[in-house]
Ligand binder design. Sequence first.
Ligand code: IVH
Length: 741
Amino acid sequence: MSTQSSVADSELIAARDRIELLRAEILRHNHLYHALDSPEVSDAEYDDLFAELQQLEGAFPELASDDSPTQTVGAPPGRTFAVVEHRLRMLSLGNAFNAEELLAWRQRAADLLDREEWTYVSEPKIDGLAIALVYERGRLVQAATRGDGRAGEDVTANLRAIDAVPNELSGSPPPLFEVRGEVYMPKAGFDAMNAQIAAENEDRREAGRAALTLYANPRNAAAGSVRQKDASVTATRPLNIGIYQLGWCDDAVTPQTHWETLGWLAEFGFPTTPEAALHCGIDEALAACERWTQRRDGQAFEMDGVVIKVDDLGLQADLGVVGREPRWAIAWKFPPQEASTVVEQILVNVGRTGSINPYARLTPVRVGGVQVTNATLHNLDDIRRKDIREGDTVVIRRAGEVIPQVVRPVLERRPEDSPEWEMPSRCPGTTCGELGCTNEHCGGDRGVADICDGVWCGGDVSRLDDDADFYCGNPHCPAVVQRAIEHFAARGAMDIRGLGEKMIRLLLREGVIRDAAEIYTIPSRLEELARIPGLGQVKRRKGEDHYEIGDRLRNLALAIERSKSRGLSYLLVGLGIRHVGGENATLLADEFHSLDAILQAPHDALAAVDGVGPVIADSIVDWALDGEHWSLVHRLQAAGVEDEVESSDDEPPETPLEGMRFVLTGRFGAMTRPQAEARLKSLGAAVGSSVSKNTTALFAGEAAGSKRAKAESLGLPIWDEDRLVDALDNPSLIPTWLTEG
Ligand code: IVH
């Protein structure tokens, strides 16, 4: 054997060992992350392992294997979804709750169109999530969620994993087009999946492990399943899809009516919305809505209404869109669903602002397909007005929203001598959080009396003059502090993974942190914190306990460090200033550029920001009057939390490709054509569908056809995928390429 080949052999053996190790590790991390919800490594570390495996498999093709995690359904399970800009905005629908509103909608359309009669299509409004699917040459190349309507998340791999979604079309579909539909989980599949989770929870409970959360309804289950980071998990979920619209379509003759479009799409193999029907006039459409209302529960899927659409696509175009809603369609919403059950107890929880919020603990009951155990009672006035007491049989209503309402008591069934409910005079806020606690100071149903070591608030509860709510008067109420930190760490704010309700409770109880700013002391105290049960890892060696930092703490520290650069608008949301949410925080950040500038701005300057107004301005000014709030801000700043908008963000986005016009053709491996188009457009370029002498250059992927030939005949620059990737990374290269000749 030559020396050379033995070197190669030993390399191969080393590569094989490493590949096996990486595969096993990645599969273990997938399971920890997806099935157990308890990752051990950060996203970046995971991505590194994945990239290393991909690289090794590429370098040693003989070691490739079908069951490698790099080969599991669709694209590699990255942990974040790429953003996809919708070429055509995804809209929502206006609602009609009764015949009058439906007829008023028709009348507005009739006035605009200056005609009285036309046909309609009715379709069930399936309760799932909207998805846009792009097909190129009959193959699914991109799937995106609706997101905010302009841009959604790239869930291509996940949609490819759903059997009901055709990956390859039949017949002769147009070369490039987009369809839209609703991904949903049929009721039977939903029940079976939750039953399976419940059974798994039994095992977990016995093993002393945390329970997995059941899905609240089929819609959440569908959304959760589509947004899985690992498409192979999506593949196991009982999902279906109903296609309800042609989004956009290049280079093809398309039908003139919605009804024909549904038939046309079905010919290519799309499962279109079940039970769509064509109606001659609005009376027929209304009758269909009323029939659906009678049999809403009899369907295999959850539906929250009926969509009525103007059939003629020309009329649809004439009617157009107002805001986010088309004038050519409307959702007939079902009346809310009701059920009766018993109020076992009236409890309160303490909100982030210190408000004391009563709610009813109910004997579990199913309403509209969902198991309901709690219902909000809003405030004391509401409880008195409706006269709701503990022990009452009540009617509850669920109208699509997550928290059901108590409508009224059934007085004939009220137990004798039942007293009116009274608001507690002392705040039940506590740092204990054990379920089943009987300590009256623990909120009644949390913690266990003799083990409850929570700090009880006990602050005076009183009502502010013109406010329906009661508030805890203790500025250091442990429940308020807990909620404030939860809010700070939440996804819509600083997004600190691993810092959820339970972890915060533990950190507060152990005195590790007292407010949000102290979160940032954690990364430099890991050795010390490792000794706290539940935080570090205990290893028993030679009969002695050794405390190690462990992955949990290490990941928490990483997430905390990462949150420092989350950005001004998220930080502003995290502070929990009343009425300041994501949208107005962004407006404020764009206008003032720094936290100090916002908190020091005069009332009128804040109120003058379009979309902010006097109420939010009041609340910011009030917040900034409190010295403790400034102490928090200063400590966050001292910890290095980013509190300014980078100056580059102040300037309008750069559009270095302004004035250039590109055409894309063929297949690209690194991205789909719509993705590449969106990126080029965001850099200021125009992207056309046909090559002409005005085209700056043609980007030609694999199997480029006639457009390439045309570009050649016109002597235009033709660039390959590598150039496309380079151009998107570094657009300033393009002028150099253009002068290359
Ligand atoms: S048509 C112009 N048809 O309802 C909007 N939507 O509230 C086009 N939906 O985002 C929507 N079933 O997610 C349409 N048969 C159906 C539908 C349907 C469910 C959802 C869809 C849309 C939302 C609007």
